[in-house]
Ligand binder design. Structure first.
Ligand SMILES: C[S@@+](CC[C@H](N)C(=O)[O-])C[C@H]1O[C@@H](n2cnc3c(N)ncnc32)[C@H](O)[C@@H]1O
Length: 289
């Protein structure tokens, strides 16, 4: 079989699950890894024959896609903010809306680090809560090398993946394995950021099986009764562990924007800003003390 015929085969076999364009993108991601070809080379070499062994690999990826496995888990990598992260069943696949949160923090940090610093830029300290793949702290450190970045997760398996990503991408991060619901520290931070679990059980019905069956529930779900449990704990932590003029950033549940803002305002945070993502959904909050 040649590359073009394999692409058509993917489109046909994946038709019950994916639109033709999506199936084409999935084939392209699979073929890029298996055949080590850039997307443009793939396009130009549709007539090139694929060896038996590579065909077997591409069929095996197709089988996994047909049972709803996310392509990032099959290929064990995900792209985030121009970087490539290793992912597996122990970590959430980084999402595009989280890239928007990171973008916001980078721009705020650039402003903060230049304020009151006539001689040299201020060295900011950042704590990320709920590491997962490490996409937030690693990307922040990569783009803000003059910061000190720490990150925390209750899952030792997630921390192991994030450590591997930090090593691979070449950044120094302080990793902490701890439960944020009980975590205490003497350290103060300029920025505290979190994308904690925020999906209520009642929202499960709306979710695709490839998320429900393949992504870690520890990273996703909270109870219907107390959906802001992590936000409340992190806000309380931030009250004691943010430096003066420090900022708290959250990625939030699109349906709980008002509740999150009210919770912060009840805790006397100020300059609370609720921001929409590119899809027009309430997705991020920033607050100060
Ligand atoms: C929504 S995921 C976010 C992962 C990553 N920051 C991202 O944006 O892709 C939430 C993370 O919080 C972690 N987590 C869940 N409960 C926690 C707890 N009690 N203390 C600390 N981290 C927790 C999960 O293991 C998961 O990695």
């Amino acid at each position: 079989m040649n590359i073009g015929a394999l692409e058509e085969h993917y489109k046909l076999e994946l038709a019950p699950l994916y639109e033709s364009d999506e199936a084409k993108t999935l084939f392209s991601l699979a073929a890029e890894q298996v055949l080590a070809l850039s997307p443009s080379k793939l396009m130009m070499q549709k007539d090139a024959a694929v060896s038996f062994i590579n065909m077997q690999k591409l069929f095996s990826i197709l089988n996994d896609l047909q049972i709803g496995k996310p392509i990032q888990h099959i290929l064990e990598e995900a792209h985030f903010y121009g970087l490539v992260f290793k992912v597996n069943e122990n970590v959430l696949i980084p999402r595009p809306e989280t890239e928007e949160l990171v973008e916001w923090i980078i721009s705020v940090c650039r402003t903060l680090s230049s304020v009151n610093s006539f001689e040299s830029p201020k060295k900011l300290s950042i704590l990320d809560i709920g590491t997962g793949s490490g996409c937030i702290p690693i990307t922040l450190k990569k783009h803000l090398p003059n910061t000190q970045v720490a990150t925390l997760d209750v899952s030792a398996d997630a921390i192991a993946v994030a450590k591997q990503n930090a090593r691979q991408i070449g950044v120094e991060i302080n990793f902490i394995t701890a439960d944020i619901l009980t975590f205490q520290s003497e350290e103060k931070f300029d920025i505290i950021v979190s994308n904690p679990p925020y999906i209520r059980n009642l929202e499960k019905n709306e979710m695709h099986n490839n998320v429900l069956l393949h992504e870690p529930h520890l990273a996703l779900f909270v109870s219907d009764e107390n959906p802001l449990i992590f936000y409340k704990a992190i806000a309380d932590f931030a009250k004691t562990n943010l430096k003066p003029n420090g900022k708290l950033f959250f990625e939030i549940n699109e349906f709980l924007g008002k509740e999150t803002v009210d919770m912060l305002s009840n805790r006397e945070f100020n300059n609370i800003e609720l921001k929409k993502d590119m899809q027009g959904k309430d997705r991020m909050v920033r607050a100060g003390l």
